[in-house]
Ligand binder design. Structure first.
Ligand code: 5GP
Length: 190
């Protein structure tokens, strides 16, 4: 998506450890109108797929998922990290590894918010090795809901999580795919 790619080129910073910082518009300060434009594109891509709910993970996925959900007219459910005390009842959980914090944690959602009739679109800000999405996919599988696909703002194609999910037959739509950051220069997949 050209609008997003232009913002990444003008404001994105390449940090050590292959981390790309887009805090000025995506996951610290938030450009809501950009997120809504991204939501329109995701709505176009998944038109007719019958999405009933978006599932993301706290914290930085929530704003993006909320913008997409506003355009698509569906609710957002977000997985909580660690299993905090304000959760009760029957839980679905999956262990995952945080790329940016280099720690393991559990993603948890209450079972009652995912039903077998749901058609789930997974949303996240970044896709790197695919650990976050794999854990969300496990939670959807545990619930018996149907996975429609994944909508990602920025995929780091050089880390191959997206391609391995596509290789398993999972639909992954990323609005920008960065294939190289060699020498600090961002290059997009064409
Ligand atoms: P994965 O689980 O695919 O390896 O990494 C995706 C998760 O790690 C996302 O939820 C995202 O929050 C975080 N992440 C991975 N790479 C980056 C990055 O380059 N920049 C930022 N801001 N977050 C990242």
């Amino acid at each position: 998506m050209e609008l997003l790619e232009r913002r990444i080129l003008s404001e994105g910073e390449v940090l050590p450890g292959n981390v790309i910082k887009v805090g000025s518009f995506l996951n610290h300060q938030i450009d809501v109108s950009l997120l809504l434009e991204m939501g329109k594109e995701v709505n176009r891509l998944f038109a007719g797929a019958g999405v009933t709910k978006i599932l993301t993970v706290e914290a930085s996925g929530i704003a993006i998922a909320t913008a997409f959900a506003t355009v698509m007219g569906v609710p957002v459910l977000f997985a909580k990290k660690h299993g905090t005390s304000n959760l009760s009842g029957d839980m679905l959980s999956a262990k995952t590894h945080s790329y940016t914090h280099n720690t393991d944690y559990n993603m948890v959602v209450e079972r009652k918010y995912l039903s077998k009739d749901d058609r789930i679109l997974l949303v996240d800000d970044f896709l790197a090795n695919g650990q976050a999405l794999n854990s969300l996919i496990d939670i959807v599988a545990l619930s018996g809901a149907q996975l429609v696909g994944c909508a990602i703002a920025v995929e780091k194609g050089f880390q191959h999580g997206g391609d391995s999910l596509r290789g398993r037959g999972i639909r992954v739509e990323s609005l920008a795919i960065i294939d190289s950051i060699d020498g600090g220069t961002i290059k997009f997949r064409r």
